[in-house]
Design a protein around this ligand. Sequence first.
Ligand SMILES: Cc1cc2nc3c(=O)[nH]c(=O)nc-3n(C[C@H](O)[C@H](O)[C@H](O)COP(=O)(O)O)c2cc1C
Length: 172
Amino acid sequence: MENFSSINVKKLKENLFHLLDDKWMLITAGSKNNFNMMTASWGAFGILWNKPIAIVFIRHNRYTLNFIEENDLFSLSFFPGKYREILKLYGTKSGKEIDKMNTPGLTPIFTENNGIYYKEANLVFICDKIYFSDITNEIPMAIKKQYYPDNIFHKMFIGKIKSCLKKTEEIR
Ligand SMILES: Cc1cc2nc3c(=O)[nH]c(=O)nc-3n(C[C@H](O)[C@H](O)[C@H](O)COP(=O)(O)O)c2cc1C
């Protein structure tokens, strides 16, 4: 597991609000020969149907969307600060334009059933997709104006957290 240990999510000490909003994450889905990832900072962690879950919100024009739709698993990877440039790149360039599968500096690790994460990450959630829904109805008008002027909405995916992997060193 490349220096990762499996951890019970209830034992996590990291502030996930801070990690999401300030550090960002990579959402990855696909298979060994055909996968894609994108930077995300919108999401949630919680409990649903008595299981720990993560929620992500993917806009319909993201290349990553189809990979999440087509696969059972998606992963959420958090990184040390020195990978910020990669997160910026994957938050601005699409897998439609660049080859994200072969990025220098990022080493994918493949689990059984197409869980994909990175050797360089320091905290990873492998999620099993259990629910999805389009965010289109009942969006307050002010939010719609601010975030959806072009009517490209988000699709919400809820994943049951199948495993949480943490590097031994502290998250920076
Ligand atoms: C900090 C940051 C956070 C982002 N969060 C999200 C998000 O939560 N959902 C989303 O759909 N796009 C988000 N994006 C935009 C995508 O990462 C971006 O459009 C990316 O190029 C999509 O890649 P893809 O087309 O290869 O999937 C974010 C971008 C940045 C820089």
